[in-house]
Design a protein around this ligand. Structure first.
Ligand code: FDA
Length: 392
């Protein structure tokens, strides 16, 4: 089979690239080793796909080159994707912080992409393993389980390493290395953190306790969102966000009363209700089990009037700077994304084309661009796919 464009990987980025290239009249084939395309879209956002975020800026992404994503994000914006969603009559809503979700099901997003691909004449082949890729004079020759194939442009959209059970593979990184690209070290991102030993013993029986809003701080970034204690450590949106900035050995600091002055609050409480026990006071603002545990671990629990002002001051400070010593993360098994990947230095930020191998492109998560939680990763997939789709 000979075609203009082969896209390896029928996920968010690959399908977007394929439909845009197809609309331009290019003959496009998408190859995916899974039994169906778009599996991560289907499982995303709890089955409702948080397909973009109204507040997307380049600052919402991690990359060795923070400028790389700017061009593609500017040329395909959340509003471009929303226009596509609306054209297909898919109902959606903003959940919070600019996050847009389908009202009904993420299946509708996959259906939309497949309908657009079908209209653009894109050929999609699943259960196809790519055994070998070689550069030829005119482009690329592929040996696959669907037979030999050749194309002028080859787009690598095979994603990262997260959730191997969903078909994730290191294929894109290997192919990048084969063509002389640097692959920056990868690690799991947007992932729960695990605790061990005495650090786990302190919180293990809080498993299931959720705090609606904390501020989780790493050495590089702070996020305000929910926290969840698990039987192995800590999770919830604030932890997932901060995990992408966390490195082993670092302590995560939690502010249990973000945006407030805990010292002043405790001082006022002592004045107003001096006979009340500290744990009862803390339970007004925190889940009861957590309030009790903080008292057991550090503060003690006596009537407030028995705490000297300096002690309450220290407790207030501690409530806003509670250290959590994580030993690791849950890893790729549950991570939403893979940090690192194909070094952007080797790619054009306008087209996602390889600077060294004409006709070769890398898009989506395989590239060293990783978004925050909240629809940013799909927006990168759409934008980078769109950029390459216009160029192949
Ligand atoms: P993606 O992983 O989507 O697609 C890669 C494709 O390549 C797959 O179809 C795979 O089968 C195929 N492939 C891999 N290796 C291959 C090989 N060797 N040969 C052939 N094919 C191969 N983001 C967001 O913005 N909003 C959200 O709500 C969520 N929710 C979410 C939930 C969960 C559970 C996860 C794991 C992730 C999310 N994400 C998310 C992240 C988002 O899913 C992710 O960033 C994008 O899917 C990345 O798109 P890609 O197209 O780059 O890879």
């Amino acid at each position: 089979m000979n075609t203009d464009v082969i896209v390896i990987g029928g996920g968010a980025a690959g399908l977007m690239c394929a439909l845009v290239a197809g609309q331009r009249g290019r003959r496009v084939t998408v190859l995916d080793h899974a039994n169906r395309v778009g599996k991560k879209i289907l499982m995303s956002g709890g089955g409702r796909c948080n397909f973009t975020n109204l507040g997307v800026t380049p600052d919402n992404y991690l990359s060795a080159n923070p400028h790389f994503a700017k061009s593609a994000l500017a040329r395909y914006t959340p509003h471009d994707f929303i226009a596509l969603v609306e054209k297909h009559g898919i109902a959606y809503h903003e959940k919070e912080r600019g996050q847009l979700f389908c009202d009904i099901s993420s299946k509708l997003i996959v259906r939309m992409l497949l309908d657009e691909c079908a209209q653009a004449g894109v050929d999609i082949r699943t259960r196809c393993t790519i055994e070998n890729v070689q550069r030829t004079g005119e482009g690329f020759a592929l040996r696959t389980t669907h037979g030999p194939m050749a194309c002028a442009s080859l787009v690598v959209a095979s994603g990262g390493l997260s959730i191997p059970s969903m078909g994730a593979s290191g294929f894109g990184y290997d192919l990048a290395r084969q063509f002389g690209h640097t692959v920056l070290p990868t690690r799991a991102g947007l992932v729960p953190l695990t605790l061990s030993g005495k650090h786990l013993d302190r919180y293990r029986d809080l498993s299931g306790v959720a705090v609606p809003e904390v501020e989780a701080r790493s050495e590089r970034k702070a996020f305000r969102a929910g926290l969840l204690f698990t039987h192995r450590g800590v999770s919830g949106p604030a932890i997932l966000q901060v995990s992408s900035y966390w490195h082993p050995g670092e302590t995560v600091h939690l502010d249990f009363l973000p945006g407030e002055d805990a010292e002043a609050w405790l001082a006022a409480e002592r004045h107003a209700r001096p006979d009340r026990e500290l744990k009862t006071t803390l339970s007004e603002r925190l889940p009861k089990r957590l309030a009790q545990r903080l008292c057991e671990l550090d503060f003690g629990s006596r009537p407030l009037r028995q705490y000297p002002a300096a002690d309450l001051q220290r407790i207030g400070q501690r409530l806003q700077d509670w250290p959590i010593v994580a030993s690791g993360s849950e890893g790729y098994r549950t991570a939403e994304v893979t940090l690192g990947g194909v070094d952007t230095d080797g790619l054009s930020s306008k087209t996602m084309a390889s600077r060294s191998t004409p006709g070769l492109y890398f898009i989506g998560e395989v590239v060293d661009v990783t978004g925050w939680l909240g629809g940013y990763n799909f927006q990168w997939a759409w934008a980078s796919g769109h950029a390459a789709g216009l160029a192949v």
